[in-house]
Ligand binder design. Structure first.
Ligand code: NDP
Length: 505
């Protein structure tokens, strides 16, 4: 692709010409070694920056900076109150730059600026406050049952954390990883997706302008196969936290397994959204549209398989289609935009490819199905919905990760539950019903990590989030993150003199 070069004088906030790594408190020079990878704005197809890829040597530099900060620096040794103060400084500096960070995210990932500014950026700030609080409330355990001993259990930071994130919501997802890792006294190296390096580079720069000691938060930019692989294979990395696709997750888990590193995997989904005959139709409609189309349809927790009770199917599907056709697709920088472009060209082609797959499988195209004709530039796709023939169809089984809804009709709630469970994934599930026993039946029988009843996409940070089956290993929550990012230590002390063998006496 021959991208048009972006006119920098048009930029609302500065965009770096070259995105490099950020190690031990400074950005690395743009003229170092490493592949040059174009960074494209998905809304205009302009070349907005160039990524200079970190090779294995540069990754080593980042990991060793994190190791040095962990082994000798003040961060793991500070009181939690001091750490909390710095975490709150981080929250503040990020929120002070909310517009700039939202702009960079929109320019690079194509997510509507409204969505980023109203949801992702506040959530990013809250992540630092939340995990500072969690760490400051931590307590250990004491065991007195085995006399005369007192055994106390404390938790210590685990060390250097490799954090690898996807391109669909870089600020919201990676800020959670950074906050939950460093709150417990760890240091880290973050690798964003090669497609979306810009917002997180600025986040790491800003974080390093606070009192956070240098080397605690480092960033390496580059492709997964090169930079990511070097990071997870590095012997000085103690733990790997990964969010991304299931295939990559498998590769990462096996590599981490060879090195005996604990790994947390937040992976893909093909979540069922069950609309029952007892649903409040208007709320179910609003929620179902948000569940599949928000974030341009690129979200792991999308309600992408909509299972509708036959008794209301005609009415629900026709209303859904009408509303899909009225969705404001357009420039993500415009505040009225609801759905922006897909994040990069190859991804758009992949998502569009599912329209052909659906047709070949005999699905009925209900709406959309093509590139948006209003735009001659940008990776815009029409909000799309199909009625599948059966749950065996690829559009029911595979994660499409775009504004693409797949419908199926069911007759009994048990059938809907069985369909929901006929999936390799188990990230989330949705149910719309005003009848509590029906909602509870779905909640108790659908095998997924989170079930939303009459609400879409609500995240409670205190509660576990993560997937059953191929949707991942491990959970995010206050407690789960503590367990993952710390090591347990038992210290045993006798409280009185006790008889001991006197060998050699
Ligand atoms: P990928 O799995 O392609 O990539 C995720 C990250 O891993 C990227 O930074 C990528 O780098 C990196 N990576 C790729 N290969 C390797 C490797 N061999 N070693 C180390 N790192 C590697 O996912 P996408 O970026 O395409 O994101 C979309 C996926 O993420 C979807 O499947 C979605 O469901 C999932 N996701 C899951 C969430 C959850 O919470 N469960 C939340 C959000 C997304 P690069 O891109 O530079 O190659």
């Amino acid at each position: 692709m021959n991208a048009i070069t972006f006119d920098r004088s048009k930029a609302k906030f500065p965009i770096p010409e070259v995105a490099t790594s950020f190690i031990a408190g400074r950005a690395l020079p743009s003229d170092g070694t490493g592949e040059r990878i174009p960074v494209i704005c998905p809304a205009t197809e302009e070349l907005i920056s160039t990524l200079r890829e970190a090779d294995a040597q540069e990754v080593d530099q980042a990991v060793m900076a994190a190791r040095e900060a962990f082994a000798k620096g003040p961060w793991p040794r500070m009181s939690v109150d001091q750490r909390k103060k710095i975490m709150l400084q981080i929250k503040q500096i990020l929120l002070d730059h909310a517009d700039e960070l939202a702009y960079l995210e929109t320019m690079n990932a194509g997510i509507s600026t409204n969505h980023v500014r109203n949801f992702h950026v506040p959530r990013m700030g809250f992540n630092f406050e939340f995990f500072a609080e969690v760490a400051s409330q931590d307590s250990g355990a004491a065991y007195l049952q085995t006399k005369p001993y007192l055994s106390i259990v404390t938790r210590e930071p685990i060390g250097v954390c490799a954090l690898i994130g996807p391109w669909n919501a870089p600020l919201a997802l990676c800020s959670m990883k950074i906050a939950s890792a460093i709150a417990f006294g760890n240091t880290c190296v973050l690798k964003p997706s090669e497609f979306t390096p810009l917002s997180l580079l600025r986040v790491v720069e800003l974080i390093n302008q606070t009192d956070l000691p240098k080397g605690v938060v480092n960033l390496v930019n580059g492709r997964g196969q090169v930079t990511g692989d070097a990071l997870i294979s590095h012997p000085e990395v103690d733990v790997v936290s990964f969010t991304g696709g299931t295939t990559t997750g498998r590769a990462i888990a096996s590599r981490a397994g060879q090195n005996l590193k604990p790994v947390a995997l937040e992976l893909g989904g093909k979540s069922a959204n069950i609309v029952t005959a007892s649903a409040n139709m208007e709320r179910a409609l609003n929620g179902s549209l948000l569940a599949i189309y928000s974030n341009n349809g690129q979200q792991c927790l999308a309600g992408s398989r909509i299972l509708v009770d036959r008794k209301i199917a005609d009415e629900f599907v026709s209303k859904f289609v009408k509303r899909s056709e009225k969705i404001a697709v357009g420039d993500p920088l415009e505040t009225k935009t609801e759905v922006g472009p897909l994040a990069y060209e190859a991804h758009m082609k992949r998502v569009l490819g599912y329209v052909d797959i659906a047709r070949k499988e005999g699905a009925e195209l209900l709406t959309g199905g093509g590139r948006h004709t209003e735009f001659n530039k940008g990776f815009y796709m029409q909000p799309t919905a199909v009625m599948a023939k059966s749950n065996d169809a690829r559009v029911c089984r595979e994660e499409i990760f775009g504004p693409f809804a797949t419908f199926l009709v069911y007759d009994e709630i048990d059938e809907a539950i069985a369909l929901a469970n006929e999936s390799e994934f188990g990230l989330v599930g949705y149910v719309w019903s005003e009848h509590l026993p029906t909602a509870m039946k779905v909640s108790q029988n659908v095998r997924a990590g989170t079930i939303w009843v009459n609400t879409p996409l609500t995240r409670e940070l205190r509660a576990p989030f993560g997937g059953y089956k191929n949707s991942g290993i491990g959970r995010d929550s206050a407690e789960d993150c503590k367990m993952f990012f710390t090591e347990a230590k038992t210290t045993t002390i006798p409280l009185e003199d006790f008889p001991m063998a006197k060998w050699g006496a």
